[in-house]
Design a protein around this ligand. Structure first.
Ligand code: UD1
Ligand code: CA
Length: 485
């Protein structure tokens, strides 16, 4: 990517080799997701915004899984393997070895610090260059510093070193200014001092943070830049911090769409993934999850209690109390309440998928309605169709899936079963309770239920003395009197 780099003097190293023990997870920490993206994906997205000469990502734990996610998020990144020497210092050292001729600035980012934005990092790099420091450390003042490295300043307020929680004295641990885990180094100074960092500490690791103390001892200029937004400096080490990071990111995303013109009634219960898009004048009601690459067009009303994954919701459509994945909803269409739309559902303009309806891999044409209690799978429905309550497409015969094809302007009776493969011609009708096993020609009425038989006097004969028998007897004699008059 060097030919497109806007900043050829900058290289970014992203640390993603750790296991993330405190997550207690089979999944590597940096692959846990917030806003629909892995933690490391957020960090890479931010790194890209700086357009550096190169982005290197250090991996080790579950390296194939992590490398795959890294290359999906940043195809131009260089994946570097850490060896068995543990620690953030070793991770950076291994990456630096890939950059031997590089003499610019090195921005180090942690794969588990996902909320910093491009502006904050650009400002850090600019500050570093203006001051001419050998390192500029990003710090934050936090209420609870537990787990973080502490910034130790001398009596003149200058940065002297960083001490890890596990190595800190009680006095040091009481410092509330923490190391965010993001730094800019001059490449030469970093290379020279990393080489002499040891592992004599509580965790037996080669700490990147020890470089700071060594630079101080070498009397090289150092700077600290305090993050204006401490929340953005949050490091994710356990599930509680993961949830906190997700909440902060979501609050930002919700606010961004509000400022773009979306009405979002309840930010606390509305979850929007970073890749989703909302047009102006969309309304989102409480308890709604807008996930993946979902796009919602202007005037649509979504929610309450709705979950959309990778869906397209057309202009002015209404989606209430629905769960939908990979569904396309046309302009002016209506979905729910209580609808389940599975992948491949396409509802055309002004169509309706109503209450207690499940759909899958089906196209429902313009203005067509499936209003109540139905399953529509592997089906093509034309325009102007109304499926009566309780319509079921029996698409599976134990061996394979088959399609049901319903033409334009078809009206089906209540409680029909369409046994696929089957075709219903344009304008055809079906009777209530019909089981449609054979194609119905255009314009025909299909009936499959045996004619109704009424057995006169059955209740009086078989249930004598009951209330039903009494009222039936009265009604029948009144009827006789009527007939006689
Ligand atoms: C680190 C910092 C700490 C800082 C905190 C901020 C060190 C020694 N400590 O601590 O001062 O306050 O981040 O969030 O740097 N990693 C590797 N290789 C390794 C070990 C870790 O690539 O051998 C990666 C991890 O995957 C992670 C990042 O480096 O993305 C930080 O590692 P972690 O173990 O979480 O460090 P902290 O204890 O949080
Ligand atoms: Ca961490």
């Amino acid at each position: 990517m060097s030919n497109t780099a806007a900043d050829p003097g900058l290289a970014v190293i992203v640390l993603a080799a750790g296991q993330g023990t405190r997550m207690k997870s089979a999944l590597p920490k940096v692959l846990h997701r917030i806003g629909g993206r892995p933690l490391v994906g957020h960090v890479l997205d931010t790194a890209h915004r700086l357009a550096p000469a190169s982005i290197l990502v250090v991996v080790r734990h579950e390296r194939d899984l992590v490398a795959e996610a890294v290359l999906a998020a940043a195809p131009d990144a260089l994946v570097v393997d850490q060896d068995e020497v543990p620690g953030t210092g070793r991770a950076v050292e291994i990456a630096l070895a890939q950059l031997d001729a590089f003499d610019g600035d090195i921005l180090v980012l942690s794969g588990d610090v996902p909320l910093l934005d491009g502006d904050a990092l650009s400002a850090l790099v600019a500050e570093h260059r203006d001051s001419g420091a050998a390192v500029t450390v990003m710090s934050a003042n936090v209420d609870d510093a537990t787990g973080y490295g502490r910034i130790i300043r001398g009596s003149a307020g200058d940065l002297e070193r960083i001490v890890e929680q596990k190595d800190a004295t009680e006095d040091e641990a009481s410092v509330s200014e923490i190391n965010v885990g993001v730094y800019v180094f001059r490449a030469g100074a970093l290379r020279e001092h990393l080489a002499i960092v040891g592992t004599a500490n509580a965790q037996g690791e080669k700490y990147l943070t020890d470089v700071v103390g060594l630079l101080y001892q070498a009397h090289l200029p150092m700077a600290v830049s305090t993050a204006p937004d401490a929340a953005a400096a949050l490091g994710v080490n356990d599930r509680a911090q993961l949830a906190e990071a997700a909440r902060i990111l979501n609050a930002r995303t919700v606010r961004r769409w509000q400022l773009e013109g979306a009405t979002i009634l309840d930010p606390a219960t509305t979850w929007i993934d970073v890749d989703a898009k909302l047009a102006p004048d969309v309304t989102i009601l409480p308890n709604t999850h807008i996930l993946g690459a979902t796009v919602i067009e202007t005037g649509a009303i979504v929610g309450p209690d709705t979950s959309l994954v990778d869906c397209e919701i057309g202009e002015g459509a209404t989606v209430r109390r629905a769960d939908a994945t990979l569904a396309v909803i046309g302009a002016g269409a209506s979905v729910g309440p209580f609808a389940y739309l599975r992948p491949g559902t396409v509802l055309a303009v002004d169509g309706k998928i109503g209450t207690f309806v499940e759909t899958k891999n089906s196209t429902i044409g313009e203005g067509s309605k499936v209003p109540h209690l139905s399953y529509v799978g592997d089906t093509t429905i034309g325009r102007g169709v109304n499926l009566g309550a309780g319509a079921i497409t029996a698409n599976y015969d134990d061996l394979a899936k088959h399609r049901t094809e319903i033409g334009d302007e078809v009206h089906s009776g209540s409680h029909n079963v369409f046994v696929a493969p089957v075709r219903i011609g344009d304008g055809a009708k079906t009777g209530a309770g019909a089981v449609i096993r054979k194609d119905v020609p255009a314009g025909a009425l299909a009936l499959s239920v045996a004619p109704q038989r009424n057995i006169e006097g059955w209740v009086e004969k078989n249930r004598p003395g009951t209330g039903a028998a009494d009222v039936a007897a009265r009604a029948r004699s009144a009827q006789k009197a009527d007939d006689g008059s």
